[in-house]
Ligand binder design. Structure first.
Ligand SMILES: C[S@@+](CC[C@H](N)C(=O)[O-])C[C@H]1O[C@@H](n2cnc3c(N)ncnc32)[C@H](O)[C@@H]1O
Length: 237
């Protein structure tokens, strides 16, 4: 571990504890403190992924995020978490902030990164993203040659979603949750629902895969993704 670095943003992968990198594992087991988010004080997914690798003598900083809309993240919570992490560093401790998947791929770690990197050297260890995990679990090659792949958040409004789908070869729709019905409606309208694959909790024990066209209902768990191949070289392999 680089001794000058006291704060790490640690990508710990999409769910299967074995999908952590060797580098992240070494840092995870050497730091004095681990910090991780929980939703309203519930169980932390990041901690549960890291659990088999944790040593028994590490301090823990819990960052309890209130359930608010995506657009208004809990700024005050990140302010106070950054103060706690800073205090640990000033006391001579090293801290790893656990991030599901990759820290810079839609990770809430970014709110801490901007606060902490003003006064500290913060380093990021990349992780296996949910995008890679989902395409592997679905056995679905993602993009070939000059294909354009788009990551599209489900909460976008209907018109925006449709326009983005029509201008890409391959789409990964994330944050499906309560937007499932809207997404199905659009994919049906543009004639590609039969190419759409749904996966929830990829690489976790309770992973679940379906063809989107066979799914009832308008909601899905938060940890779910839809991958749809609309056009391009990927269809010609
Ligand atoms: C806030 S983003 C975090 C992404 C994460 N930092 C990464 O690198 O994959 C959360 C979204 O990623 C997707 N996601 C994360 N983990 C997943 C998994 N194991 N299976 C399916 N989708 C997942 C879901 O669409 C979820 O709504």
């Amino acid at each position: 571990m680089n001794n000058k670095v006291k704060i790490w943003g640690l990508g710990i992968g999409p769910g299967d504890p074995d999908l952590i990198t060797v580098k992240a594992l070494k840092i995870l087991q050497e730091v004095d403190v681990i910090a991780y988010p929980t939703l309203d004080g519930g169980e932390s997914l990041a901690r549960s992924i890291a659990k088999p690798h944790l040593t028994s003598n590490q301090e823990e900083i819990i960052i309890s995020i209130p359930m608010l809309s995506d657009r208004y993240p809990a700024q005050g919570v990140y302010d106070s978490a950054a103060i706690k992490i800073s205090a640990a560093v000033h006391a001579g401790k090293s801290v790893a902030i656990l991030c599901e998947g990759d820290p810079f791929f839609y990770g809430s770690f970014m709110y801490l990164f901007v606060r902490l990197s003003e006064n500290h050297l913060v380093r990021v260890v990349p992780g296996v993203t949910s995008l890679a995990a989902c395409s592997s679990a679905l056995a679905l090659p993602l993009a070939a040659r000059n294909d354009v792949i788009s990551v599209i958040p489900g909460p976008l409004d209907e018109k925006d979603l449709e326009e983005r789908l029509l201008t890409t070869n391959v789409a990964a729709i994330i944050k499906v949750g309560r937007h499932l019905g809207k997404i199905k409606r659009i994919l049906r309208k543009i004639g590609v629902i039969d190419n759409a694959h749904y996966i929830e909790r990829a690489t976790m024990d309770n992973q679940h895969i379906r063809l989107l066209s066979e799914m009832d209902g308008d909601t899905a768990p938060y940890f779910s993704m839809i991958i749809v191949r609309l056009s391009g070289d990927i269809l010609e392999l």
